[in-house]
Design a protein around this ligand. Sequence first.
Ligand SMILES: [Zn+2]
Length: 162
Amino acid sequence: MSCEKMETRILAYMDGRLKENERAEAEKHLAGCAACRLRVNEFRAVNDLLDELPAIEPSGAFNARVHALVAAEPQKRSSWLTWLAPSPRIAFVASMLLLATVWVGTRQAPPPPIAAPDLPVVESADYDVISSFAPLSDLSQAPDDDADDSDANSQQQQPQQM
Ligand SMILES: [Zn+2]
């Protein structure tokens, strides 16, 4: 018998649970192996120590206290409490999902579409609008006009152009 096999049987040997031939093998190994003998002695010492420990019997007062605590424990949660119980975790998961969605959304959002080729088009369009704006052309063509009526403008432009 090897020391490894003896290790697996040492507890059974000490408890007397080995079969007769196994027990004979173990004792034969122990007779020739000081290391396993020492191990068995150590286990025996620990066993003796455990046996010497006084068995602690719970007092009657302790029993009564435990029974009172068990009785005071609510038997069943009311329905709305049971319903509410998993909600903090669900709310947490939902908020984390929402945060992740927002984060991914902001992260994948394309940059503001300021395309360089678009800008000259916008500028020229603005210029066209301004240059073709009728009141401005009227102002430039008749800057020092004293006329107060708008319908007189067209009539007063003609003398200046002539
Ligand atoms: Zn051995």
